[in-house]
Design a binder for this molecule. Structure first.
Ligand code: AMP
Length: 280
């Protein structure tokens, strides 16, 4: 597995592969890899002959007071895991490699960020869509794989690539969970073992919502209250729990068609997110 740190080296290798007729898949990450990230590599492999993973803790998607400095980093461990999952090249740029000094150009999706995480994290999706656009331009992948765990991010990236006419196929990967149901996340490192056990209430709440919806409950208020109770009883502090249309992200008062639910909740110093389709 190659490790490169500059856009020039990345482009040179990707273009060489393309000249050989090989399809290139990209898996963007912020590192501190877990099984969720590695599942993305395996999925990328199914859709392409060469897999590039980027590891970059993107400063522009963190707000003031968020965990940019504390975000866990482990370059050596990440490279070993990426290689074991079949990654061909890891791209580990510095901040100035992706944001040249004086950079003042951003990519902003106008409406999709006005929901869910975007409300509590102003500027977050501007940072995400900007860095992913840069990675698409630098790496010229035919396909790129993103986890459904970051549901809103996935919608924003799909829209960004479509709107900017970037010829990349976006593939969604299912959420990989711990045995108790907690969605895997680099931020799970912040949890004590007690908090980790209690945080599985997020997935329990989502499943309860789905069961109630399947049993015929259509009021979002009733469903949200029942689900929220499961999380708060376990000691979680909710940022939001929303029922919404899976594509527009517009919240719905009554379930009338396809409905998705997303949650953000704090356990200890970790802010955790998860989501589930309630009604297809
Ligand atoms: P991150 O390093 O947290 O920015 O995540 C990088 C990519 O991995 C994103 O596309 C995430 O959605 C995806 N990802 C993170 N955790 C999981 C998980 N538990 N299951 C599936 N994909 C995940």
């Amino acid at each position: 597995m190659q490790v490169v740190r500059t856009v020039g080296e990345l482009r040179q290798q990707v273009r060489a592969w393309k000249q050989e007729g090989l399809r290139v898949g990209l898996v963007p990450t912020m590192g501190f890899l877990h099984e969720g990230h590695l599942s993305l590599v395996r999925l990328a492999r199914e859709h392409s002959e060469r897999v590039v993973m980027s590891i970059f803790v993107n400063p522009t998607q963190f707000g003031p007071g968020e965990d940019y400095d504390a975000y866990p980093r482990d370059e050596e461990g990440d490279c070993a895991k990426a290689a074991s999952a079949g990654t061909d090249l890891v791209f580990i740029p510095s901040v100035t490699e992706l944001y040249p000094l004086g950079a003042e150009t951003f990519v902003e999706c106008l409406h999709l960020p006005n929901h869910l995480c975007g409300l509590n994290r102003p500027g977050h999706f501007r940072g995400v869509s900007t860095v992913v656009a840069k990675l698409f331009i630098a790496g010229e992948p035919e396909v790129a794989v993103f986890g459904a765990k970051d549901y809103q991010q996935l919608q924003v990236i799909r829209r960004m690539a479509r709107d900017l006419l970037i010829p990349v196929e976006i593939i969604a990967a299912p959420i990989i969970r711990e045995p108790g149901g907690l969605a895997m996340s680099s931020r799970n490192k912040y949890l004590s073992s007690d908090e980790r056990a209690r945080a599985s209430s997020i997935f329990q709440a989502l499943n309860l919502g789905r069961e109630l919806a399947e049993a015929g409950e259509t009021s979002s208020r009733v469903l949200a209250d029942r689900m929220a109770e499961v999380i708060t009883r376990a000691g979680g502090r909710l940022d939001y729990l929303e029922l919404f249309h899976p594509e527009t992200l517009e919240s719905c008062e009554e379930i009338q068609g396809p409905t998705h639910c997303a949650v953000a909740a704090h356990f200890g110093r970790a802010r955790l997110i998860d989501n589930l389709r309630l009604v297809n």
